[in-house]
Design a protein around this ligand. Structure first.
Ligand SMILES: *Cc1c(COP(=O)(O)O)cnc(C)c1O
Length: 404
């Protein structure tokens, strides 16, 4: 039987794939800039950009060229050997973030695992915490990835249910609560690990001054202040990194998603030299981490952000999007929030679930995804134009009217 229609493709995926995702019923086979097409030839505006990984848009010529050029030189020799490009990329990434050193990995979750290992070892070897006693403080509503250790400190039951026994050593506190942080810190605390905006849980933005105060508190108690900017970094929120809205720099930083130019898994843990120096040969690694193709792509992704002023675009267009969404008169809208082009639209569940809104938007040619039940996440490619945002907001307005 030949596979031609969307429902054929969907049936085949359903037959052979684990059902760990619940995709919208659209089958894509082409992308160009901010637009994607389904197998029936329908066109959609991509307002998710792969959870903000595809900041430069689809079919990104700069990234593709960097990747192809590198593939024609040397691909993956592993880190058993030096390469000519890894140091150049690391130097650029350190300059871009203001951090001293980096450790390259592939997925975001691996960068987070690296941060956890660094924080614990720093706790024992530098801070002097007793063997196997180190604790890391994290926040309710966090999302840092899907490995067994990472889900061990998730507050979301779905993420962790029946995946135990879970990894110990983590303390949960409410997000945005400075007093709770101060209370939770003990001499055994090695790090406070936090997202500057909690994206997955519904674009939760902490109140102004929170990051600054949290960092000061960590400094006072000799606790590492480590930020997960896998989703908020790389110009997504109107600055190159979200922390730059408040602080100079953290002690450690995890990056991923858009660092791979939207086409390849590239992640990194970055830190102060004295933190990174806890790693010695054999203590950590990755077969593909820091390979020349990943390095070439990461390097080009940073250059594109700088050359094409993605941070300025994100700041300006994000304000524009938020103000247009806020102007919509609809009983469905409980709140519009976010920074830069990472915007959450909170829907009143008395009228509709966020999923219903996303399905209705899909029918009008706009693709976005709910985060949990009541929030629609808007994270279009940073190359989007004002006219395209206008069009998107018209679709949102139409759909909200229809559902009211
Ligand atoms: C996506 C994400 C991760 C995990 O990245 P993967 O590449 O999916 O492993 C971790 N932290 C944050 C904040 C994320 O948004």
């Amino acid at each position: 039987m030949s596979i031609t229609t969307s429902s054929d493709y969907i049936s085949r995926e359903k037959k052979y794939l684990a059902t760990n995702y619940k995709p919208l019923p659209v089958v894509l086979n082409r992308g160009e800039g901010v637009w994607v097409w389904d197998v029936e030839g329908n066109k959609y505006l991509d307002f998710l950009s792969a959870y903000s990984a595809v900041s430069g848009g689809h079919h990104n010529q700069r990234i593709i060229k960097a990747m192809n050029d590198q593939l024609n030189k040397i691909d993956v020799p592993s880190r058993a050997f030096y390469t000519d490009i890894l140091g150049e990329y690391a130097e650029k990434l350190c300059a871009f973030t203001g951090m001293d050193k980096m450790l390259p990995m592939n997925t975001g979750a691996e960068a987070v695992e690296t941060a956890i290992k660094a924080a614990r070892r720093w706790g024992y070897r530098v801070k002097g915490i007793e063997k196997d006693k180190a604790r890391i403080i994290v926040c309710d509503g966090n999302f840092h990835g899907r490995t067994t250790t990472i889900i061990s400190f998730s507050s979301d039951v779905d993420y962790r249910s029946d995946f135990g026994p879970l990894t110990p050593g983590f303390d949960l506190i409410p997000y945005g609560d400075i007093a709770a942080l101060e209370k939770m810190i003990t001499p055994e605390t090695c790090a406070f690990f936090i997202e500057p905006i909690q994206a997955e849980v519904g674009i939760k933005v902490p109140s102004k001054g929170y990051l600054r105060e949290a960092q000061a508190l960590c400094k006072k108690h000799n606790v590492l202040f480590i930020l997960d900017e896998i989703q908020t970094g790389m110009a997504r929120t109107g600055k190159n990194f979200c922390y730059q809205h408040e602080i100079d720099k953290p002690d450690g930083l995890t990056l991923g998603k858009a660092l791979g130019g939207g086409i390849y898994p590239v992640s990194a843990f970055l830190a102060r030299a004295d933190v990174m120096d806890v790693f010695n040969p054999g203590s950590h690694g990755s077969t593909f981490g820091g390979n020349p193709v990943a390095a070439a792509i990461g390097l080009e992704a940073i250059k594109q952000i700088e050359d094409e002023k993605f941070a300025e675009r994100s700041a300006e267009l994000g304000d524009y999007l938020k103000s247009k969404l806020s102007a919509i008169q609809s009983p469905l809208i409980k709140e519009v929030r976010g920074m830069g082009l990472l915007v959450g639209l909170e829907i009143d569940p008395a009228y509709a679930m966020a999923r219903t809104v996303c399905e209705a938007l899909m029918k009008r040619g706009m693709l976005c995804k709910e985060t949990h039940d009541t929030v629609v996440r808007f994270a279009p490619p940073l190359i989007i134009s004002k006219e395209e945002i206008d069009w998107a907001v018209e679709q949102v307005e139409f759909v909200l009217k229809e559902l009211a």
